[in-house]
Ligand binder design. Structure first.
Ligand SMILES: C[S@@+](CC[C@H](N)C(=O)[O-])C[C@H]1O[C@@H](n2cnc3c(N)ncnc32)[C@H](O)[C@@H]1O
Length: 236
């Protein structure tokens, strides 16, 4: 008998709808502001691109980081399937004067509504773990990128040093839930999903091995802050 596998997308989308208003603040608190430096690191790798796709753009933090860099003269297309997160992104882009260099597209990044080879850069922040079908997503990335162009993906990761790993998961298991209870407005249950999604996600080396089989010309990752985060660079 065929098994019907339920999609996790409605659950993920509902979760981000609930926290869209507080996502930025919570992100800063729970990452001790490390996300700011990591996003800048990603943006520095795409500075020469003219058209960058921001996958799972959420509240627009990656897009605004890139658009804020003086040497970046290009445009960004923000893609996300959650309207509430994109509404926040739109308001922030307007406030910061970047709306004219941005385009917002409500879509599933595993099935992008774009032609082949349309962009010369792509990025994604903190969302690899939320993909339902990573193969499909990486194939879509490869399809829409032009040859020799780069996709740069940032996400939380598994520390590779034992002691750091212990401290990190202690933080995720004991402190993170308490902080999210204090600072989130009654959505602490959502924040219990986030550490679990990391625990279940690939370790950096395993994801790299998977990427090596996807037909990109180069793939690499760089750990940030002792491997609590990782930046993957894929060249088509
Ligand atoms: C953790 S947030 C990341 C937001 C932003 N990239 C950042 O760096 O802060 C994850 C986002 O991914 C979106 N998302 C998850 N799966 C998606 C999919 N298959 N297609 C489009 N968006 C998706 C959610 O709606 C949410 O806005």
């Amino acid at each position: 008998m065929n098994k019907i596998i339920e999609s996790k997308k409605p659950y993920v989308s509902q979760m981000f709808s609930e926290i869209s208003g507080e996502y930025d603040k919570l992100n800063r608190i729970l990452s001790f502001c490390l996300d700011i430096r990591w996003r800048r690191k990603v943006s520095s790798k795409l500075i020469l691109s003219k058209l960058v796709l921001d996958f799972c753009a959420g509240t627009g933090e990656m897009a605004i980081t890139l658009l804020s860099r003086h040497s970046f003269k290009g445009k960004v297309i923000l893609c996300d399937f959650n309207e509430d997160m994109l509404k926040v992104a739109k308001a922030k882009l307007k406030r910061s004067g970047f709306l004219e260099r941005a385009c917002i597209v409500l879509c599933d990044v595993e099935r992008l509504p774009f032609k082949n080879n349309i962009s010369d850069g792509a990025m994604m922040g903190f969302s690899l773990r939320h993909m339902e079908d990573l193969d499909l997503f990486f194939n879509e990335t490869k399809r829409v990128l032009r040859k020799n162009k780069k996709a740069v993906f940032l996400d939380v990761a598994h520390p590779e040093v034992k002691l750091i790993k212990r401290i990190y998961f202690l933080y995720y298991d004991k402190i993170f839930p308490k902080l999210s209870r204090i600072f989130s407005k009654g959505h602490a249950h959502v924040y219990s999903y986030l550490p679990n999604s990391l625990k279940l996600f690939f370790k950096q080396k395993d994801l790299l091995n998977m990427l090596k089989k996807m037909g990109f010309s180069e793939v690499a990752y760089q750990n940030v802050f002792f491997g609590t985060g990782a930046i993957y660079t894929l060249i088509k």
